[in-house]
Design a protein around this ligand. Structure first.
Ligand SMILES: NC(=O)c1ccc[n+]([C@@H]2O[C@H](COP(=O)([O-])OP(=O)(O)OC[C@H]3O[C@@H](n4cnc5c(N)ncnc54)[C@H](OP(=O)(O)O)[C@@H]3O)[C@@H](O)[C@H]2O)c1
Length: 319
């Protein structure tokens, strides 16, 4: 597996890194489905073991994934996997726990301790603000100060900033001064350049970890008709899964990529995932891998497409 230096962290991580949101299983927040159904812990553990074996050495989780279940599954792996060989990232922010702001200092302190316990580690390598919904400037300043304190206290090594909307990341990036950012990015919908985030990353030598490169599996082209998902499954909220025209386009694009990259063992996901590495010299991709087969497929990826091929794939999906 190819590695990249994650910007100023100076850490070497696999260009294809492991997203473990699904390891939390089905989950709801109020009426909203926020998890992934159909996951069993055996598959999660086997995928983690295989990821380490193939050199996928950067694992991404969050306190909120299954309310700690994803973190706990990772934390139980250190009997077979040397802790030092994994660059471990987790996040805080999606569980108010009765407080009236998303990043109340007491909540953050409680959550960092929980995550350390769940993960069975002394230190978290990369700790993210999970989103940029800072309720007020005061709440924002307190939260950033506390993050810096966690660093001084040796609870975390690097600070991360994430959001689904790269424009929101840009709004706070200067004042957070993160070591790494985690934006949403796929060839299907992408604001990496237009938001200014790409330029900022380059100017400040920070790491970037793109999430949901397959748009939660949609871009594989494996759906032959509109899909529905059970309660507890986040994909219920993604309209494109239910859109017959989108599904048809994904099927057609799959055929194009199978021809275009016919010599690659994973032509479709190579096209849509590796296209994102072309313009990201300090970046990696957080690909959700639910089982050993998906890890084995991911292990075939990680070499950036040429500029021409990347442009070809992006144009195909944005038509
Ligand atoms: N910071 C944030 O706010 C945020 C938000 C979202 C995600 N993330 C991170 O990014 C990671 C990845 O995002 P994601 O899980 O949403 O989506 P993704 O990586 O776009 O898609 C992953 C899903 O695609 C399917 N898949 C993976 N490999 C496949 C293969 N070889 N063949 C066929 N299907 C395959 C699997 O689902 P099925 O098998 O069920 O089809 C898998 O769970 C997350 O796990 C999380 O760590 C962060």
């Amino acid at each position: 597996m190819k590695q990249v230096v994650l910007g100023r962290t100076n850490e070497k991580v696999s260009t294809i890194s492991l997203g473990t949101w699904s390891y939390g299983g089905g989950n709801k927040s109020g009426d909203t489905s926020i998890g992934w159904t159909g996951q069993n812990d055996e598959d999660s553990r086997a995928a983690l073991q295989r990821a380490w074996e193939v050199g996928i050495n950067h694992w991404d989780t969050a306190d909120v994934y299954g309310n700690g279940r994803s973190e706990k599954i990772i934390g139980a792996m250190w009997s077979t996997i040397p802790r030092k060989e994994i660059f471990l990232a987790t996040k805080v922010g999606w569980n108010k726990e009765g407080f009236d702001t998303w990043y109340h200092p007491s909540m953050m302190r409680r959550h960092v301790e929980h995550s350390l316990r769940n993960l069975q580690v002394d230190e978290i390598d990369l700790y993210y603000f999970h989103h940029c919904n800072f309720d007020s400037d005061t709440a924002f300043e307190d939260a950033v100060e506390l993050m810096r304190r966690f660093k001084e206290e040796g609870k975390i090594r690097f600070i991360g900033l994430s959001d689904w909307d790269s424009n929101k990341i840009m709004k706070y990036i200067e004042r957070v001064d993160p070591d790494a950012v985690q934006p949403y990015r796929s060839v299907f919908d992408d604001m990496h350049h237009s938001s200014g985030l790409k330029d900022w990353i380059e100017d400040h030598n920070i790491g970037v970890c793109f999430f949901s490169p397959l748009k939660h599996g949609l871009l594989t082209g494996k759906y032959t008709e509109p899909a529905t998902f059970p309660d507890g499954d986040f994909r219920q909220n993604v309209n494109e899964f239910g859109d017959a025209d989108v599904i048809q386009r994904m099927l057609e694009n799959k055929v194009v990529l199978e021809k275009k990259f016919k010599d690659h063992p994973q032509p479709v996901i190579h096209g849509v995932v590796d296209a994102l590495l072309t313009d990201a010299p300090t970046g990696c991709i957080l690909l959700g891998q639910r089982n050993v087969d998906q890890v084995d497929a991911a292990a075939e990826l990680g070499e950036a497409l040429s500029v021409e091929d990347s442009r070809f794939v992006k144009d195909l999906y944005r038509k």
